[in-house]
Design a binder for this molecule. Structure first.
Ligand SMILES: Cc1ncc(C[n+]2csc(CCOP(=O)(O)OP(=O)(O)O)c2C)c(N)n1
Ligand SMILES: [Mg+2]
Length: 292
């Protein structure tokens, strides 16, 4: 692989034009750092495209390309197949895509790659809307959240992407959060060691899209976990499911929602409903993980 000489540390340059407090920036730094130099990255349109770059400039010191919103996994699968043909099974091929690109627009290509067993790594950074084009609601936008296309709060619940992915029977699937970097690092290591197909879904708060001050990103990511709104767990080899960051005494969901402008219009009845949904989802998750 091409040796790039630089005095800067790591594979992601500093001074990128992501917003202050951007969750995805932390996510991409950690993921690429753990995977290391022998990695090729495919990034679709979205905020992460700031890292694949403008024109001849890129923020990444690993090779990669910017694909389309519909087919990140197909690009990655093709690149992986090409390397395998050349006997280079040591190269990690990573799809790094937003929630819109993953749970909605690129879902068919992801499903196809996982069905075929293509040995790719796929990371979804989830800022819970189509942020790059102006905060439109996605299939991952949570119930009651404001976006420009859900001005009175989203009326539907979000898709459970881990269940969708796990149904493909891949060797490794996990949720993660930019608020728990050690947990994320371990999961990226396990995904890499599994050889793939592997999937990690990283909760990545977005200051302008969610309505909070940039210095609060990590605090908000942790509040999501501590209220059980975003449980951290993994499913290994289809059969071993476990919570990786147990939350013994969850805080009320309101403690998470009140930190964000996008939930400012929520009524007490809606809040009660969201609290109930979070508890139900968590109980169902524990049952599923127990039976795995
Ligand atoms: C098929 C298609 N539809 C729409 C667009 C316009 N578009 C570019 S980036 C983007 C937002 C992607 O959202 P997400 O994947 O969640 O990434 P984020 O911007 O939130 O980082 C959209 C809708 C496109 N490039 N291709
Ligand atoms: Mg998004």
């Amino acid at each position: 692989m091409l040796e790039i000489k630089t005095r800067a540390k790591g594979f992601v340059a500093h001074g990128v034009s992501a917003c202050a407090g951007c969750g995805l920036e932390l996510a991409i730094r950690v993921v690429v750092d753990v995977l290391g130099r022998n990695t090729v990255i495919v990034i679709p349109p979205g905020c992460a495209a700031l890292f694949s770059g403008f024109g001849s400039e890129t923020a990444l010191r690993i090779p990669g390309l910017q694909g389309n919103l519909e087919n990140t996994a197909a690009y990655a699968a093709g690149i992986k197949a090409g390397f395998e043909m050349q006997g280079r099974s040591d190269i990690n091929v990573l799809g790094f895509a937003g929630d819109g690109a993953t749970v909605d627009i690129g879902l068919q290509s992801l499903s196809g790659a996982f069905e075929r067993g293509d040995r790719i790594l796929y990371v979804c950074y989830d800022n819970e809307a189509y942020m790059n084009t102006g905060i439109q609601g996605s299939g991952s936008t949570p119930h009651q959240a404001w976006t420009t296309t859900t001005p009175a709060g989203k009326t539907a619940r979000r898709k459970d992407m881990l269940q969708i992915v796990a149904a493909h029977g891949i060797p490794y699937a996990a949720t993660a959060s930019i608020g728990y970097v050690e947990d994320l690092r371990k999961k990226v290591g396990k995904a890499k060691a599994s050889g793939g197909p592997a999937y990690i879904h990283i909760h990545s708060p977005c200051p302008p899209g969610w309505g909070f001050e940039p210095e609060k990103s990590v605090e908000i990511a942790r509040a999501a976990v501590r209220t059980r709104s975003w449980p951290l767990y993994e499913i290994v080899d289809r059969v071993k499911g476990r919570i990786t960051v147990p939350v013994g005494k969850p805080q009320p969901v309101a403690e998470y929602l009140k930190l964000q402008g996008r939930f400012a219009g929520i009524t007490p009845e809606e809040l009660e409903l969201v609290q109930k949904e979070v508890e139900e989802e968590y109980a169902l998750l524990l049952k599923r993980l127990d039976s795995q």
